[in-house]
Design a protein around this ligand. Structure first.
Ligand code: MG
Length: 325
C-alpha cells in the first residue's frame, strides 16, 4: 500500500473586488490529488442551502513547507459548472505557452495592526535610502523575503529576482511563467508569501497605495511577449500592439486591480489612470517599450505598467492575450 500523502488544496474565494486565497489539507494514498469539495457559504461562493462547491486540481507543486504538495484548484459549482468567481477558466481558454509573462509583484510587510514594518514609531524619514538598501535603518523584512525566494524556487516557481523597494517595509519580487501557469505561479507565490510571513507574525499588504502622501504605491508591472515579439519583431509590430491595448484602455483598467486610481496619478513613475501612452524607456507611460527590445532589433517584450499590486493575474493575462490575438 502506498504512503499517505499530504495535499494542500489552494483556491480563490468569492470576495470582491479581489479574491482572497483559501486552503485546506487532504491526506490520501492517491498518487494524484482527487477532486474535492468545500463549504462555499463560508467563502461567498454559495448560499447555505446549497453550499457545496467543488475543487478541481489544475496545477501541482512540490511543497517546500509543511505538506507534500501544493495543489492549485479551479472552483466549480455543485453542478460541475464553472463558478462565477473562477477567473482562471477564461485565461485557460485564450492562453498558450508561447505567451510569457514576468510579473513585478510589489507589496508591503506590515504588523498585525496594519502599520508597515519599520513604521512602529511613526512616519520614517523620507524615501531615498530604502530602495535596494542595506542596513537595519534602511531595510525591514529581508529575512522573510529571502525565505520566500527560497521556498518559491523549491516549489518550481521561477522567481527571477527580489529587491527592497522605494518605501520602508516595501518589497518586490519578479515571477516568470508561461501560459496560464504564469497566473497559477503568481497566486501560489502570494500564498507562500502570506504563509511564510505567518512564522514571523507579519502580514502582507497588497493594496496599491497603503500610505498616502509622498510614498510610492505598489504595482505589478506585467512584462509580456509571444513568439513573434521575441523572434520576428519590428517597430511597426510593437507600436501596433501598444495601440491595440490603448483602444481598450478602460477595459484594461477594470481588470488591473481596485483602488488603482490612488496609485496611477501621474506621479511616482506612473501615468495618470485616465490617460494612455506608450514610449521607449518611458517609466511615466502606461506601456514601456524596454530598451532591450530596441537593442535586439525590435525583438523582445513589452511592459504594461498599469496593473496594481492587488490585481488578479488571470484577469491581466486574459485581457492582454484576448486583446492581442
Ligand atoms: Mg518595482
Amino acid at each position: 500500500m502506498s504512503e499517505i500523502k499530504i495535499y494542500e488544496y489552494i483556491w480563490l474565494d468569492g470576495y470582491q473586488p479581489e479574491p482572497s486565497i483559501r486552503s485546506k489539507i487532504k491526506t490520501t494514498r492517491d498518487d494524484l490529488p482527487p477532486e474535492w469539495a468545500f463549504d462555499g457559504s463560508s467563502t461567498q461562493q454559495a448560499e447555505g442551502g446549497n453550499s457545496d462547491c467543488l475543487l478541481l486540481p489544475v496545477q501541482t507543486y512540490d511543497c517546500p513547507l509543511f505538506s507534500d504538495y501544493l495543489v492549485m484548484c479551479e472552483v466549480e459549482t455543485g453542478e460541475h459548472e464553472t463558478h462565477p468567481s473562477n477567473t482562471r477558466a477564461a485565461a485557460a481558454k485564450v492562453l498558450t505557452d508561447e505567451w510569457w509573462f514576468g510579473f513585478e509583484q510589489e507589496y508591503f510587510f506590515t504588523n498585525k495592526d496594519g502599520s508597515p514594518l519599520g513604521w512602529e514609531d511613526g512616519t520614517p524619514r523620507p524615501q531615498g535610502d530604502y530602495y535596494c538598501g542595506v542596513g537595519s535603518n534602511n531595510v525591514q523584512g529581508r529575512e522573510i523575503s529571502e525565505a520566500h525566494l527560497e521556498a518559491c524556487l523549491d516549489a518550481g516557481i521561477e522567481l527571477s529576482g527580489t529587491n527592497a523597494e522605494v518605501a520602508l517595509g516595501q518589497w518586490e519580487y519578479q515571477c516568470f511563467g508561461k501560459g496560464v501557469k504564469a497566473g497559477d505561479d503568481l497566486w501560489i507565490s502570494r500564498y507562500l508569501l502570506h504563509k511564510i510571513a505567518e512564522d514571523f507574525g507579519v502580514c502582507i499588504n497588497l493594496h496599491p497605495k497603503p500610505k498616502s502622501g509622498d510614498w510610492n504605491g505598489s504595482g505589478m508591472h506585467a512584462n509580456f511577449s509571444n513568439e513573434e515579439m521575441r523572434t520576428n519583431g519590428s517597430e511597426d509590430l510593437f507600436k501596433s500592439l501598444c495601440e491595440k491595448l490603448g483602444e481598450v484602455h478602460e477595459e484594461g483598467i477594470a481588470c488591473y486591480g481596485s483602488d488603482n486610481d490612488m496609485r496611477l496619478t501621474g506621479l511616482h513613475e506612473t501615468q495618470n489612470i485616465t490617460e494612455f501612452s506608450y514610449g521607449v524607456s518611458d517609466r511615466g507611460a502606461s506601456i514601456r517599450i524596454p530598451i532591450f527590445t530596441l537593442e535586439h532589433d525590435w525583438n523582445g517584450y513589452l511592459e504594461d505598467r498599469r496593473p496594481a499590486s492587488n490585481a488578479d493575474p488571470y484577469k491581466i493575462i486574459t485581457h492582454i492575450v484576448g486583446t492581442l490575438t
